[in-house]
Design a protein around this ligand. Structure first.
Ligand code: 2HA
Ligand code: ZN
Length: 301
């Protein structure tokens, strides 16, 4: 037996194991990844992520990429082509939940349930550079997330970085009882509680019931995201965008809470939306103006 070769082999294996453990932890310890994981856990605790419901993507900053680059795989995955081409996110890196992953498991095994992918210069293919350690791939909604990242980037001068899809119960229920147009839904939400218009001055967009993960839903959502930072998917859930994890989670939470209050008020009022008291349109304007915000006039009387 060649003792020297065997000792070298053991050393190499040990080094690889340590490097693997350290590299996983190092990406997980980055502030953006801590925020990513926290949002997944918080969404689970809200009850918005039954089974593998929901998904999350984050467009990394140049500093995020610099901090993570030493821990990227020495050999990135193969390029995988997409049916969509989003030129303005070409060359960007995204953290994304894995297709089929459960939000409740993300905190237990980040590298198994989350990956970092690089998008090629043309914006029509991706490859894994970190994570998906059990052989996963980006969320099934990745092409629609990418299309929407492109749109939100443009609409916000680059500020928008987070896209979050969840299945909040109250929002889904609301789409069963309010006419499915953006004005009616927005007014029900705005008038539920004074805080709603503060986080949602443009209101919400709405798409009718469509096949989850399909190209039609992707196209409709990204089109509406030119105007709105939140889009209700009838009978399905909600899609929110924001500059960071707090703002995006806060938007999802605020909209679900307003939908909940609307539902409670309907139940207390015997099912009628003719409430004894509510927030007037002038009150809504005054609330928005108090924060220097311009409410969407198309949705006010
Ligand atoms: O990721 O929620 O809409 C699973 C879904 C699809
Ligand atoms: Zn969904």
């Amino acid at each position: 037996m060649d003792v020297t070769a065997s000792a070298q082999d053991m050393f190499d294996r040990g080094l690889a194991a340590v490097k693997g453990a350290v590299s996983g932890a190092a990406v997980e310890l980055q502030p953006f990844m801590a925020g990513f994981v926290r949002l997944c856990s918080d969404g689970w605790l809200q009850g918005w992520h039954e089974c593998n419901g929901g998904n999350l993507t984050y467009r990394m900053t140049a500093d995020d990429v610099k901090a993570c680059r030493p821990f990227f795989s020495e050999k990135p995955g193969e390029w995988v082509g997409m049916d969509v081409k989003v030129a303005n996110v070409g060359g960007s890196f995204f953290a994304t939940t894995a297709a089929g992953s459960f939000m409740r498991n993300v905190q237990l095994d980040v590298a198994g349930n989350v990956g970092i992918v690089e998008v090629n210069g043309a914006g029509d293919a991706w490859r894994t550079v970190w994570g998906f350690k059990d052989g996963g791939r980006p969320t099934s909604e990745f092409p629609s997330h990418l299309m929407t990242h492109g749109v939100r980037m443009e609409a916000t001068g680059g500020a928008s970085r987070v896209l979050y899809h969840a299945h909040p119960d109250n929002v889904i229920a609301l789409t069963k009882v309010v006419p499915l147009d953006a004005r009616s839904l927005t007014r029900a939400l705005w008038k539920a509680a004074t805080e709603c218009i503060m986080v949602l001055p443009m209101g919400v967009g709405v798409v009718p019931c469509m096949v989850p993960g399909g190209p039609e839903l992707a196209r409709a959502t990204s089109e509406l995201m030119k105007t709105y930072d939140a889009v209700v998917w009838a009978q399905h859930g909600l899609f929110c965008s924001g500059p960071d994890f707090d703002a995006t989670f806060g938007l999802m939470h605020s909209i679900d809470k307003a939908a909940h209050i609307h539902g409670l008020a309907l139940a207390m009022n015997g099912g009628s939306a003719d409430f004894a008291n509510t927030i007037s349109d002038d009150d809504l304007r005054a609330i928005a103006e108090s924060l220097g915000l311009k409410a969407n006039e198309a949705f006010l009387d």
